[in-house]
Structure formats: C-alpha cells, structure tokens
Design a protein. Structure first.
Length: 359
C-alpha cells in the first residue's frame, strides 16, 4: 500500500464483506439478495457483486437499469431486481439485460406483461414510496392473474427501532398477501436492521445492504458486522502556527497556543464533508488528531501537536490504525448524516483499493 503514493483512497476489505454476508445469511436462515445499488453503497458495485457472487446469493438488488447493465457486463448471470420503479423508456433496456423489475403501478405492470419475463410485485405497507398500496391489491387482480410475479415484497421504514411500526407493516403485508389471486413462492421484506434485530427470517429471502458494508444499526442487535470500509489520506504539508492564528476558511479555528498543523490531501470533493471540521478526528500512527477549521474542497487540516508525523504519512479518517478505530457511524453522528450518506457520499476521485478475501 505504501509503495503507491496515492494522495487519498478508500480501502474495501472483501474478506470482511464476505464474512458479513455469511453471518447475515446464517442469522436470517434464508438465501440473501444483496443490495448493491448506488455502486454497492459507494464501495464499487462490480467488485462487490463479483465477490458476493461466490456465496451463491439468490440474486442482486439495484436501483437503476444502468447499475444492472454494469453487472451483466461482468458476467453476473443471477437475477437482478431493479427496485426503483422503471420509467416506460427503461423497459427495453431491462428486457435486453434480462432484469427483474419491481413493479407496483398498474400501467407499468400491463406494459411489462407482454415480455412474459419475471417481475416482482412491490407492496407499499407504510413507506409511501413505491409499490401498490397494501389495501389496493384488488385493483390488480386481473393483471396478476394473467402473469403472476415471481416474487412479492415490502420494505420497512423503521426496522432498526423494533417498534410497533414493523408489526403494523407486517400485518398489512400479510393482509395484502392473503388477497393475492395466487400463492407467491418468493416473499421478502427484511433489510439489514430487520434481520439484525430479529432473525431468523419469516420469509423466503432477505435483502441486506449496509450490514454487508460493515455498518450495524446499533440498539442491541443480535449480530454485528465487521467493518469493511477505510478512508485514508496522506499528509502533504505540516507547519507550526502561533497562538491566535486561524485555520481554514472563516478562521473558525484559532490556535489556543503554538500548534503543529498537518494538511491532509482529502476534502469535501472526495466526500469528507465540510461540516466535519472542528468536530471529527483522524488517526495518525494510532493516535487521534482533531480536524481543525472547516474541511476544504481538496484539503483537510488536523492538529498534530501531540502526534509525531511527517509528510507522506497516512491518516485514517475512517477505519482502524493501531489499537484505535473510527467507525462510519462515528463520522455520521459527528456530521449529522446517516451512515448511508457517508458511504454513498465517497466520491469517485478516491480510488477504491480492494483487499482480497485471501490476502
Ligand atoms: C436499500 C434497500 C434495502 C437494504 O437496506 P439496508 O438498510 O441497507 O439493509 C432493502 N430493500 C430495499 C427495497 C432497499 O431499497
């Protein structure tokens, strides 16, 4: 790693990814449909899907036909479900790539029927986002009888809270399932937090996303993921500043005494958010150094007065260094973001470096 003088990069531990998928599937007790949408939450859709493909998942979940086409281009042959409703203009591409659309809108279903290809019925039980509303199934009876979907699913809005909402969504889902004019062989509902808080699955497959990528949902889950993602950047300059000197735009940090400042070659244009300035910390040589001043587009300053370091040394913004580690969740909390935003916000300017499962 150190031979490559990269300025900043994302490390993806494929071994940890596979162990997370294995432990999740074991806890769920059913096959998984890994969600690799949004470039596998920013980790790299192709590499992640190829690694997970070895575990024999039921199929993969994406948001767009383009994401699915990228997987087909690298010989992923399993079912790929497109979970965001297709626009009419996407249907041809979906047919060509043998994709499985998740549909809930009557006219979209009617448009798909002549293809005779598999599709899945999305049922809205409380997200109010996509799918036929649970109490409106009857309006689809005719089209459903013509070409039944291969699967039926819903999505929880608060699975990590284990509150009444999930019970109510399950009740609605059961009600909708009972009104279908056929018996679906494939039924699914659970995202990562749903299985973390209550395995095994009640249904035929589970749809984990963020758990695979190393982020647990907290609140006393039954299983916990290993961390998968690290974000690292090199020190490109250091300086001493006198008491009273400011750091970065707006001089929001003023040195309380003579301080040593290191500049890291990473900024908000890489996805390390501006708001983390004066809040987050990084690890350098296993020690914590606070981010001082606002994060700028391409550079971030840290106070290394107590951390012996020099130009070229690597700072860990997310991940482990020595005994200490900074989790995605810690950065998310400090940045008032969700961990999903932290991961998917990591920009393409940061090269992804994959640590193979057997390395
Ligand atoms: C993103 C998504 C998931 C996975 O959610 P996680 O919380 O990341 O596990 C599951 N199902 C659907 C429909 C999704 O859009």
């Amino acid at each position: 790693m150190h031979s490559l003088m990269r300025r900043a990069w994302v490390e993806v531990d494929l071994g940890a990814l596979l162990r997370n998928a294995t432990s999740f599937a074991a806890h769920a007790g059913v096959p998984i449909l890994p969600m690799v949408k949004a470039d596998a939450y920013g980790l790299g859709g192709v590499r992640v899907a190829r690694a997970l493909d070895e575990l024999d998942p039921w199929g993969f979940g994406v948001a767009t036909t383009i994401e699915a086409e990228e997987l087909r281009a690298v010989s992923i042959t399993r079912p790929i479900v497109v979970f965001t409703p297709l626009l009419p203009g996407d249907f041809d591409a979906a047919v060509r790539a043998r994709l499985t659309p998740a549909l809930g809108d009557k006219s979209a279903i009617e448009q798909w029927l002549p293809t005779r290809l598999p599709w899945q019925l999305a049922i809205d039980t409380g997200m109010s986002r996509a799918g036929i509303q649970w109490n409106a199934i009857d309006s689809l009876r005719e089209v459903l009888a013509v070409h039944p979907p291969e699967g039926v699913f819903t999505h929880f809005h608060s699975a990590e809270r284990s509150d009444e909402s999930r019970i109510e969504q399950e009740r609605r889902f059961d009600e909708a399932l009972a009104r279908l004019p056929f018996r679906p062989s494939l039924v699914h509902a659970e995202n990562s937090p749903a299985v973390e808080h209550r395995g095994p699955s009640r249904w035929s497959i589970a749809r984990p996303g963020i758990f695979l990528y190393g982020v647990g949902s907290g609140n006393a889950p039954q299983i916990q993921p290993e961390s998968v993602v690290s974000v690292r950047a090199r020190i490109v300059e250091t300086r001493f500043i006198d008491a009273g000197e400011g750091v970065s735009y707006g001089a929001t940090f003023r040195a309380p005494s003579r301080r040593r400042i290191a500049t890291l070659a990473i900024g908000y244009a890489d996805g390390y958010r501006r708001v983390l300035g004066n809040r987050a910390q990084v690890l350098i040589c296993g020690k914590r150094a606070p981010v001082v001043g606002v994060v700028t587009m391409d550079m971030t300053m840290v106070d290394v007065t107590d951390v012996p370091c020099e130009v070229g040394d690597v700072a860990t913004l997310i991940g482990a260094d020595g005994e200490d580690r900074i989790d995605v969740s810690e950065v998310a909390r400090l940045g008032e973001l969700s961990p999903y935003e932290v991961l998917t916000g990591l920009r393409g300017r940061l090269p992804r470096r994959y640590v193979e499962a057997d390395e």
